[in-house]
Every structure is written in structure tokens, then in C-alpha cells.
Design a protein around this ligand. Structure first.
Ligand code: ATP
Length: 363
């Protein structure tokens, strides 16, 4: 394993407890996406792993080494952040070379007496150029090596930042919203490139994004964070289909999962406003029934609802509706062909759902 190990990390800013004992393992070769609402502590956690910020408690291991007290430069991590600070006066090749040159400088500073006389300096230069070329090639930057940042598009600049991150072959990558400055189509293309780079590197990657589709498509596992705590860490499929917590269920998925107040009766049957829904609860009492928009369908019988509006999305359409008895808004995702048979706005209809895919959450 020996990737990134985050153990019981806590952090407070003034009176705000930002991280409340966060533990997360990212194995070597694994890609973990960290998602959560704005302000939940994602960036703070990344900065602590990188060593830019100190935790109040807990420990960080990278590549099997306790780095909790090490400086950022000694942790063997590469960072790519949303604002990719390139050196404006350096060419693309020089920008990519910076981490290698810094590493060499570091090594020389530790051997001050023979610094300038290290044997094999020419070899080292040659190897450095090879590494720069390899990184540039991986990101399609070969033709741009002599340009300066001002002569590049936003997407090309972000690629230079990525090339600069991979050039050192670090044990771990930390990426904080690295694609958020790119337009939609470039973002989708660069996603694949980042995943490819990650695969080839064998490094552990921790990737912060507010874009769920990015998290679900790129990651081996998704970590959902809220209020400074990890709620669930699981494969994208498990996070979507089997969330362990109502907060995870409502955060993941767009449109948001439908939630209806429900009740388990003394007979064990789950009812919504007195209407049995074909599910059984573990014990009598109130609960929340959650159903994804694609799992609800209009039908002749079932939960009574009123249609409100239709939105056409191209590959699907959304029917907005209301469950009158509980005053709950609902969204159904249907194939575009369903349009002809949809209830008109204001019309009453019924809803059915696949009970094997519905979720029940206790209070
Ligand atoms: P976003 O998705 O908006 O980037 P985030 O999940 O990355 O949010 P953080 O940037 O980690 O959240 O911030 C977590 C909380 O800590 C926020 O309430 C923020 O205001 C606070 N915070 C972050 N840095 C500092 C600081 N240096 N001093 C004081 N408070 C801070």
C-alpha cells in the first residue's frame, strides 16, 4: 500500500473546528476523489497533507514514511491547484524543469564542499532534459516547449502545471480543483489525461473536486466530507447506489435524490401518508424514503402526485411533480420518448418505483 495515510487529523481556525478527526488511506496506485459542500474542510486537509498547513493533531504518512513534521519540499508529493502559478518569464520547458532543478539544488546544498564538482553533472542535465521531454509528451506539450505562459491558452497552461507535477515522479499527487478554470469540453478531455497520468505513475492521488461527475468518473473511491468529517468512503457505484447516510444520498446525484417522509407501522409496513409502498422497516417509527429521479415512473396506481412542469435535457427529460399529502417536491428522470404520455401540468397521476432500489434512512 504505502500511499497516503491520513490519521485522525484535527484542525481548528480560531473558534471553528474545521477538521474533526479525519482518517483516510489512499493506496499507491489508487485515485481517491474528495467531495463535499463548500467550506467543509477539503482544501484545509489537502494543505495539511502537503505540509503547507500544520494540523493540531493526528499524523500523515506518505510512501510509508511519517512526514507529519517534514517541510513540503521533503514530503515527496506534487501539488496541482486551481490557480496554476507558472513563472511568466520562463518557457514551458523551463517551467516544467523547475522541480527537478530545485531538487538538485537541495541535494547540492547538503553537500556544500563539493557542490560544484559533483561528478556526472552533465549526465544529470541530460537525464533532467529527458524527464522534461517525457512529461511534456504525456501532456501533448512537445510543440510548445519554447513558448512562455502568456502565449498559451488556459488549458495549455493547466497542462504545463500538470507536467510540472509529474516530472519528479512523486509518491503522491494532491490535486485541488485542477480543472475548474477550463471550459466544459476541455475539462472532460483533461479528466482522461489526468487519470492516464495517474495510472502510469503508480502514485497515490488525492483529488478535490466540487464536480460530482468528475469524482464519479475518475476515482477508484469517493470520499464524501461534510462539516470536517468523512461521512463515507466507497467506490463510485456504492456511494451512488448504497449511501450509508442520508447526507451522502442527498449530496451525490443530480438532480438530487427525492426524499419523502415515511413511517413504519406496528405491522412493519412502510407507508407514505398512509399509503403502503411495498417496503418493510426494521422497527416502528418515522423514516425517510429516498428514491433517485431515474427510479420513479408514472403509473396507473401508486403514490398520488400532481405534475408541475417538464424540462427537456436532450438525452432525457425531467418531470417535476408534487406529492400533495406530504407537500414534497419530486423529480422524475424519464427517457425523451416518454414525453407524449406525460401528465399535463396540473394533472393528477400516480407514481411507482422499484422497491429494490429505494433507500430507507432512520431519523
Ligand atoms: P471550498 O469547496 O469552498 O473550497 P473547502 O471544503 O475546501 O471549501 P476549506 O477551504 O478547507 O473548505 O475551509 C474550511 C473552513 O475553514 C471554512 O469555514 C473556512 O472559512 C475556514 N478557513 C480556511 N482557512 C482558514 C484560515 N487560514 N483562517 C481561518 N479560517 C480558515
Amino acid at each position: 500500500m504505502a500511499g497516503i495515510r491520513i490519521q485522525s487529523v484535527t484542525k481548528r481556525f480560531g473558534s471553528t473546528q474545521v477538521l474533526r478527526g479525519v482518517s483516510l488511506d489512499v493506496a499507491a496506485g489508487e485515485f481517491v476523489a474528495l467531495v463535499g459542500p463548500s467550506g467543509c474542510g477539503k482544501t484545509t486537509l489537502m494543505r495539511i497533507v502537503a505540509g503547507i498547513e500544520q494540523a493540531d493533531g493526528g499524523a500523515i504518512d506518505i510512501g510509508g514514511r511519517d512526514v507529519t513534521r517534514l517541510r513540503p519540499g521533503d514530503r515527496d508529493v506534487a501539488m496541482v491547484f486551481q490557480s496554476y502559478a507558472l513563472y511568466p518569464h520562463l518557457t514551458v520547458a523551463e517551467n516544467i524543469r523547475v522541480p527537478l532543478a530545485l531538487r538538485r539544488l537541495n541535494a547540492w546544498q547538503r553537500l556544500p564542499a563539493i557542490g560544484g564538482l559533483l561528478p556526472g553533472a552533465a549526465d544529470a542535465n541530460h537525464l533532467m532534459e529527458q524527464d522534461v521531454r517525457r512529461a511534456a509528451e504525456a501532456l501533448g506539450l512537445r510543440a510548445l516547449l519554447d513558448r512562455r505562459p502568456a502565449q498559451l491558452s488556459g488549458g495549455q497552461r493547466q497542462r504545463v502545471a500538470l507536467a510540472r507535477a509529474i516530472v519528479r515522479r512523486p509518491k503522491a499527487f494532491l490535486m485541488d480543483e485542477p480543472l475548474s478554470n477550463l471550459d466544459a469540453s476541455l475539462r472532460v478531455q483533461t479528466r482522461r489525461e489526468i487519470v492516464d497520468i495517474h495510472r502510469q505513475s503508480g502514485a497515490a492521488t488525492l483529488y478535490v473536486t466540487h464536480d460530482q461527475s468528475e469524482a464519479l468518473t475518475m476515482a477508484d473511491r469517493v470520499a464524501v466530507m461534510q462539516g470536517g468529517e468523512l461521512l463515507q468512503v466507497a467506490t463510485p457505484e456504492a456511494i451512488y447506489a448504497d449511501p450509508q447516510d442520508l447526507r451522502v444520498a442527498t449530496f451525490i446525484g443530480s438532480p438530487r435524490i427525492n426524499t419523502l417522509p415515511a413511517e413504519t407501522g406496528a405491522d412493519g409496513m412502510v407507508r407514505v401518508a398512509g399509503h403502503p409502498v411495498g417496503l418493510w422497516g426494521a422497527r416502528p417509527g418515522p423514516l425517510t424514503l429516498a428514491i433517485r429521479p431515474e427510479d420513479l415512473v408514472p403509473a396507473g396506481t401508486g403514490l398520488p402526485a400532481v405534475a408541475e412542469a417538464v424540462e427537456f435535457l436532450g438525452e432525457s427529460l425531467l418531470l417535476h411533480a408534487r406529492h400533495e399529502a406530504t407537500r414534497t417536491k419530486l423529480v422524475l428522470r424519464l427517457p425523451p420518448e416518454a414525453r407524449a404520455e406525460l401528465p399535463a401540468p396540473g394533472a393528477a397521476f400516480h407514481l411507482q418505483f422499484d422497491t429494490t432500489r429505494a433507500l430507507l434512512f432512520g431519523p
